[in-house]
Design a protein around this ligand. Sequence first.
Ligand code: PLP
Length: 424
Amino acid sequence: MSDSIVWRNGELWIEDVPAARLAAEHGTPLYVYSRRHIEQQFRRLQSALSELQPTIHFALKANGNLAITRLLARLGAGADIVSGGELDIALRAGVAPDRLVFAGVGKTRAEIEAALRAGIGIFIVESEPELARISACAVALGRTARVAIRVNPDVDPKTHVYTTTGRRETKFGVDLERAARVFELAASLPALEIAGLHMHLGSPLADEQPYAEALDKVAPLCRRLSERHPTFRVLDLGGGFGIPYRPRQPEFPLDAFAAAIIPRVRALGLRLAIEPGRFLLGNACVLLATVQYIKDNPFRQFVILDAGMNDLIRPPLYGAWHDIRPVRPRAGERIHVDVVGPICESGDFLGKDRRLPPLEEGDLLAIFGTGAYGMAMASNYNGRGRAAEILVDGARAGVIRAREGVEDLVRPMRIPEWLDAPPS
Ligand SMILES: Cc1ncc(COP(=O)(O)O)c(C=O)c1O
């Protein structure tokens, strides 16, 4: 799944650093990323689509770490952002403002103004009232906002219902039937420039089919828009390119994807933009956790870790499957266990009914495929500080996010004076 996260001398290494050494130095739970894997994935995508010279906007929602965003910015990536917070991270990381695309159904006035002041590339507009709001903000600031309307092509991406976004019953984008009218509204409002059309079908997608189907559906509209609006130049296909989470799961078929997309986009004469998140980061990372207890009841055996759903929520949220293996596997008969966390919820599991080698308290486990929507969705639930993050580069390893402690939990909290005042 990644040739940068490998087994060597009976234990797990991230590039040239043993996982166990990092856990000993930094504690667990610990997210560990491989720089090499991230760079390889970026270049694979870039080279598969090189004929179109696409702009690649890293979807920050998959992993908003400053250092990771910097690493991708240095490779030439732009960013796909969905909030004022992500705008700030992207700018601090050094992403060129004109390489930012700003999506999301609920942009506030303050977020729109901040993006206009920063001079972002394109607003991905999800509704008519949002279009009116962006226009009003741009007029007030004396700027022009470049907009792409997010069109919902009603294609089934065949993925989890929570991460399906390109169906007509979701809150995202505008349906294809109304899209032409929304573009006309954009053309009639002041301080807007129509830059292109956007779509994002869902995530993760297994192959090129839904993309090809969606492109065929929007092609007639794109042709009409190109004729009417000389500034209409960008076709943003969104993200969603899948990765293998299971050992024998196939890779996303990049060659077939390129073969399907390149002629379609070229025929439209548009510039391609894409917004990958998971594809770049997902398999670049393992989450390391320590076994706290082995607990039996008459029905099940539980391996209780120091990592839980507050660190990685994908298994309970999406029913997602992550490979779990000991960092230093012992010889012996494999056992069926539920790998769970310390959180007070029955939904707090990392893997159910797994066959693992014999385990003991203190053993280290690695949870694979956790680089995207892992740390990004972590929370402080149950009063737990968020994990630390490490980036490995060859034999070097650097902390890219410090572990949160109790101080970090209580810092934003306040006790109003009147709470301690004697009753009057
Ligand atoms: C608009 C948009 N673009 C891109 C992405 C990134 O998806 P992925 O990480 O699967 O590539 C998402 C994910 O939700 C999204 O909503």
